[in-house]
Design a protein around this ligand. Structure first.
Ligand code: PAF
Length: 285
């Protein structure tokens, strides 16, 4: 397995593989790899001849008061996981290699970045869009994989790739969960034992919302209140947003027609947890 540290070596490697007719699958990550990443890598392994995983804690997507400095970094463990999964190359550039002195181009996807995580984390999605545009340009993948856990990010990256004609197709892989429903995230390591116990309440809230929709409820505001009510059963958990949205625009839905996504973010002390649940109403036959 190759460890690539510079942008030019990354671009050269991809060019060489493409010349040889090899298809490239790409899994962009910030490292601290877990079972959710493993699922993306396995999907890439199945679909493409060669797999590249990028490991880059992208400074431009963190706000000034966020966890950039303490974000888990464990390249040795990540390399071992990748080697075990048959990854062909890890692209782990330094921040200096990705953002050279004088760097000034910022990519923004303003409408999809407006609500939810965009409100809670100003500039976060500009950082994500900019780095994803750079990564896709460097890696030139045939297919890249993103996790559904970050639903808004996946929607925004889809729009970005379409608008800028970025290379390859994009696949979104279903969220991988712990047995009690907690969505896997590199940030779950921040949870204390007590917080970890309370954390699955977000998943239960989304499940309650989805069950109400399947039971015939169509009013967005009602489902939103129901989810908030479930979250409040855990007193240590603060609801940030619990929303019923159109899955393409991410705008709140007053009335659900056919497709919706339930989006949620909660706080546990200083830790924020995100999750979501897409729901489709099947027409009665
Ligand atoms: O989801 C992530 O890990 C990051 O936001 C991504 C897509 C790798 C960009 O830094």
């Amino acid at each position: 397995m190759k460890l690539i540290r510079t942008t030019s070596a990354m671009a050269d490697w991809s060019r060489r593989l493409h010349r040889e007719g090899v298809t490239i699958g790409f899994v962009p990550t910030m490292g601290a790899l877990h079972e959710g990443h493993r699922a993306l890598i396995r999907a890439a392994r199945l679909a493409c001849d060669a797999v590249v995983v990028s490991i880059f804690v992208n400074p431009t997507q963190f706000g000034p008061t966020e966890d950039l400095a303490k974000y888990p970094r464990q390249l040795r463990l990540d390399r071992a996981l990748c080697a075990k999964e048959g990854v062909d190359a890890i692209f782990a550039p330094t921040a200096g290699a990705m953002y050279q002195p004088g760097f000034q181009t910022i990519v923004s996807v303003p409408t999809l970045a407006r609500l939810w995580e965009g409100e809670a984390r100003p500039h976060h999605f500009q950082g994500v869009a900019t780095v994803v545009a750079k990564l896709l340009s460097l890696v030139q993948p045939d297919i890249s994989w993103f996790g559904q856990k970050d639903f808004q990010q996946a929607a925004l990256v889809r729009q970005l790739a379409k608008d800028l004609n970025l290379p390859g197709t994009l696949r979104v892989h279903p969220t991988v969960r712990e047995r009690d429903g907690l969505a896997l995230s590199s940030r779950n390591v921040y949870l204390s034992a007590q917080q970890r116990e309370a954390a699955p309440v977000l998943y239960r809230a989304l499940q309650a919302g989805a069950a109400a929709i399947r039971g015939g409820e169509r009013r967005g505001a009602f489902i939103q209140r129901l989810m908030a009510h479930v979250v409040k059963t855990e007193r240590s958990v603060t609801p940030e947003y619990l929303a019923v949205c159109d899955p393409s625009t991410l705008e709140p839905l007053q009335t659900i027609q056919r497709h919706a996504v339930l989006l949620g973010a909660v706080g546990l002390g200083t830790v924020r947890l995100l999750d979501n649940m897409p729901v489709t109403i099947r027409p009665k036959s």
